[in-house]
Design a protein around this ligand. Structure first.
Ligand code: SF4
Length: 346
């Protein structure tokens, strides 16, 4: 039986040896996973896409803590079916989370805080660490050189070395432990998925299909790059008709506007796309674009292929997709030489 303190520690640092012991003891049944663990794993993967930290406050609820702890190996399984580029992102998210927890508990704020969280994690990871004074910790040089940190400040050449010890400020030590978490997680991916139940492969695909468009959309909102030459025929036809000032049916306008919004085109560009059409009314168009892109409380999805087909917009000359947005994302991935869903591991 694990104490609440141990569970809280393992939830914060799911790569730790304490977490591994708990995970082993709980012996997760992959055939019958509770929904709560699947949901928690999905949230962790969502943070991997955005490479942000995830620091939920779960205090005093043993079952919730266990769900969070067990969601970590599940998230690793699910992410192992996904493109390799996500492994690094997942590890980055853990690094950010570790850093946040350590900063929050050890050195942040004005009041003096305890070194205990730092020492606890170091001890758990079998690192030889000593307190030199209240602001300096030292670590055995062989432990320090266990991996090559990405952060320039942590390179050996920038360290004070004496009698086989490296001396680090508290902030540098937090950075070191955070980098260590990144490397521990990264080297543990991908997990062996040969024996993983088919249901989890399906779940992984579902999560990937849901999160990837949101991520790509955000990415393209940031870069502002839209590639009309990669649109499927249905959208290319509507797009070129609008650009050449031809009239397009209400359904066609809705389809292209929602499609462009989903792939990240800024609202203003969508509004301007309609400017060459007959009876152009800027105010009305802006209102309509804003409504379908979420101002009404609902962000509308572009019609799927079956609806496009029924409305007579599917030419199907060069694709066989279920959704125009999926077609576009797949083309983007191909042209940027990124892997799609990793069928090598199927
Ligand atoms: S299959 Fe779908 S994406 Fe392709 S042209 Fe038809 S409706 Fe568009």
């Amino acid at each position: 039986m694990f104490s609440e303190t141990e569970l809280e520690f393992a939830q914060k640092y799911p790569f730790s040896n304490t977490a591994k012991k708990i995970i082993k003891k709980e012996d997760l049944d992959l055939e019958n996973l509770p929904e709560s663990i699947k949901q928690a794993a999905k949230i962790k993967i969502g943070h991997a896409f955005s490479q942000t930290s995830y620091t939920p406050k779960i205090i005093g609820h043993k079952d919730s803590l266990k769900d969070e702890i067990l969601a970590f190996p599940l998230a690793k399984i699910l992410i192992s079916f996904m493109p390799d580029s996500l492994f690094d992102k997942f590890a980055s998210s853990v690094r950010e989370t570790t850093k946040n927890y350590l900063q929050e508990e050890s050195v942040s704020g004005k009041e003096k805080k305890s070194l205990e969280p730092l020492l606890d994690l170091a001890q758990d990871l079998n690192l030889k660490v000593s307190i030199e004074d209240e602001k300096i910790l030292s670590i055995n040089v062989t432990d320090f050189l266990d991996f090559v940190p990405d952060k320039k400040d942590l390179k050996l050449v920038n360290q004070q070395v004496e009698n086989g010890k490296i001396f680090l400020t508290l902030n540098d030590f937090i950075d070191f432990l955070s980098e260590k978490s990144f490397h521990l997680v990264l080297e543990s991916l991908p997990v062996d998925i040969k024996q993983i139940p088919l249901e989890l492969k399906k779940l992984s695909k579902e999560i990937y299909s849901e999160l990837q468009p949101k991520f790509v959309k955000k990415h393209f909102k940031n870069t502002g790059k839209i590639k009309p030459e990669l649109f499927p025929d249905c959208m290319q036809n509507i797009y070129s008709q609008l650009m050449s000032g031809k009239n397009v049916s209400h359904f066609g306008r809705f389809a292209i506007a929602t499609f462009l919004n989903q792939i990240g085109m800024p609202k203003e560009n969508i509004v301007q796309m309609f400017s060459k059409t007959p009876n152009w009314n800027e105010k009305t168009t802006r209102y309509q674009v804003e409504m379908l892109s979420g101002k009404s409380g609902t962000e509308y999805n572009a019609p799927a292929c079956d609806k496009m087909r029924s409305a007579g917009f599917c030419t199907k000359t060069h694709c066989n997709e279920k959704h125009p947005v999926t077609y576009y994302f797949n083309q983007l991935k191909k042209t940027s030489k990124k892997e799609g869903f990793n069928d090598k591991r199927s």
